[in-house]
Design a protein. Structure first.
Length: 484
């Protein structure tokens, strides 16, 4: 196989090279096939950079006018799909510069004054990440609304609560569902914190050392919606914490979705029979006509591994990178793009699945007291009678052992049997051996008592509203430039 052929396409470098890059190098180096989605952000940052070149009088007014007109034309053509990369383009930056020169000639290259692809791509990727993390956040608030509504729908439905997949204590089923909203609101909080740390513009950092030209990084930062410009030009071009942190947040969202997927799969089994997943959010079998599979739940569970893998890949790539920019950083984009795309497809599907699932109240209520889930009520009854909990726990366990031996439930023990186990187990213990009594007694903050569940749902709704306002304000700052 020949390795001596050279690539003849235009590049943004090459003056000191006698030959063009080999075909093998170009094939390995080429990134436009995946970084093209940064084009709207690259054009946006180019216009901001052009404003500084104009205010600094580094380019003639006529050149500025031609560049601004060509950049705006390219913006429209990129959005419409009229302008696209060709095989000779190395990356999104060279493709767009080709577009400029095709429109206005060699003067199109004047836009490069005072900047490098190093600070350019770091800026573009931040803009892309912010825009799309806001889209993820918006989807999360919608998912939270669905979860809160479903929790409210079942805020009076008793069900078994589980630990170790074993019956533990009765809970309100709405309380069980609502726990997922808390997890996603933590994710929303993480996104909010991430936005603060990511709102730093690298533009003006140049290749690594800043620029000798009279640029104004703070001005371009403000025009692009960033809170500040990079305070260290080397860090500006090499920092990818915002990528790895975003991937961590996205992976954590995936893990939270995976937990929902696992629970829905279990609850939809014939053995449980609690959850009826809507036909629109189920699939069938190509061979077994009776099958109705909760595929969205399974895919939610499965895609968590993909999201964790993307995080692991980028963290491993970043480990040990020296000094400023290294080409390794080209590997930061595809995992981020993939994780964002995965969640933007997955989140609406999970929202729809939850919203349309119906739960069997009768089955859940019938199962609530089984598995001796009221045993803790016996122990608590004795504690209220001033019996040390260690003794109360032993007595409650003895009640369970007697029931298992005689194939009975706790409330079926006789008064004499209760007293034989412990003299303080009077007939009054029967008053607490009911699901309703167990639920109403769990009045600690965040507990499963109906009144506490109502407070929880009210607080979740209010907090979700705050996140919606935050997302809206951030969208306004960054002008909603999201692209596919």
């Amino acid at each position: 196989m020949s390795t001596g052929a050279t690539h003849t396409g235009g590049a943004l470098w090459g003056g000191r090279f006698a030959d063009g890059p080999s075909e093998a190098l170009f094939a390995l180096s080429r990134s436009v096939q995946f970084d093209w989605r940064l084009a709207p952000y690259d054009l946006r940052s180019s216009l901001a950079h052009l404003s500084v070149l104009e205010s600094s009088k580094l380019l003639p007014a006529e050149t500025i006018s031609k560049l601004r007109g060509a950049l705006k034309e390219l913006q429209a053509e990129v959005v419409s799909g009229k302008f696209v990369p060709v095989d000779s383009d190395e990356d999104v930056h060279s493709a767009l510069e080709r577009g400029l020169t095709e429109k206005i000639g060699a003067i199109g290259g004047a836009i490069r004054a005072g900047r490098s692809r190093n600070d350019q791509v770091a800026t573009d990727l931040r803009l892309y990440a912010i825009d799309h993390m806001l889209a993820i956040a918006s989807q999360l608030t919608q998912l939270c609304e669905v979860i809160i509504a479903k929790a409210a729908e079942y805020s009076d439905a008793p069900a078994p609560g589980f630990t170790h997949l074993q019956h533990a204590q009765p809970v309100i089923f709405g309380h069980e569902i609502a726990k997922h909203a808390h997890a996603f609101q933590r994710d929303l909080s993480r996104i909010g914190d991430w936005l603060t740390r990511t709102s730093v513009s690298p533009l003006g950092s140049g290749a690594l050392a800043g620029s000798s030209l009279p640029l104004n990084p703070k001005a371009t930062a403000a025009e692009l919606g960033f809170a500040q410009s990079a305070q260290n030009s080397i860090d500006g071009v090499s920092d990818r914490d915002f990528v790895s942190e975003a991937l961590f947040i996205l992976a954590t969202i995936g893990i939270h979705l995976s937990r929902i997927g696992e629970e829905w799969c279990i609850l939809a089994t014939t053995e449980f029979g609690w959850a009826k997943v809507a036909d629109a959010y189920s699939t069938g079998s190509s061979i077994m006509p009776q099958k109705k599979n909760p595929d969205i739940a399974e895919l939610a569970r499965g895609k968590a591994g993909r999201l964790v893998g993307n995080l692991t890949g980028v963290m491993t790539m970043l480990k040990g990178l020296p000094f400023a920019y290294n080409r390794d950083l080209q590997e930061d984009k595809e995992p981020l793009f993939d994780s964002i795309k995965t969640l933007l497809v997955l989140l609406p599907a999970v929202s729809g699945m939850i919203e349309t699932t119906e739960f069997d109240r009768a089955k859940m209520a019938a199962a609530a007291p089984t598995g001796f889930s009221l045993a803790t009520e016996i122990a608590d009854f004795l504690v209220r009678a001033h019996i040390p909990f260690s003794q109360a726990h032993e007595a409650a366990g003895a009640c369970v052992a007697l029931c298992e031996k005689s194939n009975r439930e706790l409330h079926e023990l006789t008064d004499a049997e209760f007293l034989a186990i412990h003299p303080s187990l009077t007939g009054g213990v029967r008053e607490v051996l009911t699901v309703a009594g167990a639920l109403s007694s769990r009045t600690t903050a965040g507990g499963t008592a109906p009144a506490e569940v109502a407070i929880q749902l009210k607080n979740l709704t209010a907090k979700n509203g705050e996140f919606i306002k935050l997302i809206s304000s951030q969208h306004a700052a960054f002008s909603g430039m999201m692209s596919a």
